[in-house]
Design a protein around this ligand. Structure first.
Ligand SMILES: [Zn+2]
Length: 245
């Protein structure tokens, strides 16, 4: 095998989950961009933070000609890297669109106060379109959906557990300080607004009437919420989320 017949790729952080190993030698044919090559190996571009080719940080369009050594890193928060040396797009507001398999994650993120669009009748093309046109971060475990060219902001939750997935999203987009529970309707994504307990006392369950001081109503569907209007397991989740920085 001559030098130009292959490239060597090393995956840092947890990017090995996408290619199955930390380091590999990949056969190389005709020239292609480094983004194309890494996606062909299984790493969606949304998961990349820094790409280094032969010791030099490059952009997605950097053309490979064979024989290169490529290092792929996830987005870093810890290291002060100049933005022009990363492939991370400028951040957008933490609003999300989720695919049909992430219904429970949707509910967790709404519980934390985040705006999450979720519909069960949306196909991949529509999800990608909404993500771009509505400036929402696309959350999906379908890496081929994240590889769609137009998708800019996205994330593939690694865990299959919804609580862990929500914590991953908080860490990845640095949202620990932006959690605002009891501001977003979990079933419908509407905004909640505080209401006077006295005005809604007839709508509250008898035991709740005595114990609850804060009550909020959804602008969109009218449902009432109060602290503890969910399962104990959710309280445990909320306290874990509150510790993410
Ligand atoms: Zn609602």
């Amino acid at each position: 095998m001559s030098n130009g017949d292959h490239v060597r790729v090393r995956a840092y952080g947890d990017l090995d989950v996408f290619i199955g190993e930390r380091e590999l030698t990949a056969p190389f044919g005709s020239p292609r961009s480094v983004k194309d090559l890494l996606e062909a190996l299984g790493i969606p571009h949304t998961e990349l933070g820094v790409i280094v080719v032969d010791g030099r940080p490059v952009g997605f369009d950097h053309l490979l000609t064979g024989g290169e050594r490529i290092a792929a890193y996830p987005p870093f928060h810890e290291l002060p890297i100049p933005p022009q040396q990363t492939v991370v797009p400028p951040p957008i507001a933490p609003r999300f669109v989720l695919d049909v398999h992430l219904g429970t994650l949707t509910r967790r993120l709404r519980l934390l106060g985040f705006d999450c669009l979720y519909r069960t009748d949306t196909d991949d093309a529509e999800l990608a379109r909404i993500s771009v046109e509505d400036a929402r971060i696309l959350l999906t475990r379908d890496r081929h959906l994240l590889m769609r060219r137009k998708v800019v902001h996205g994330y593939c939750p690694r865990s299959s557990d919804p609580d862990e997935q929500a914590l991953e999203v908080l860490r990845r987009f640095r949202l620990g300080g932006r959690i605002d529970p009891l501001t977003r309707c979990v079933p419908c994504n509407g905004r909640l607004h505080r209401v006077d307990k006295g005005d809604v006392v007839d709508e509250l369950p008898p035991r709740t009437r005595e114990h609850v001081e804060e009550v909020a109503r959804c602008d969109a569907c009218g449902q009432l919420f109060w602290p503890g209007s969910h399962l104990e397991a959710i309280d445990i989740f909320l306290s874990r989320a509150g510790r993410v920085r």
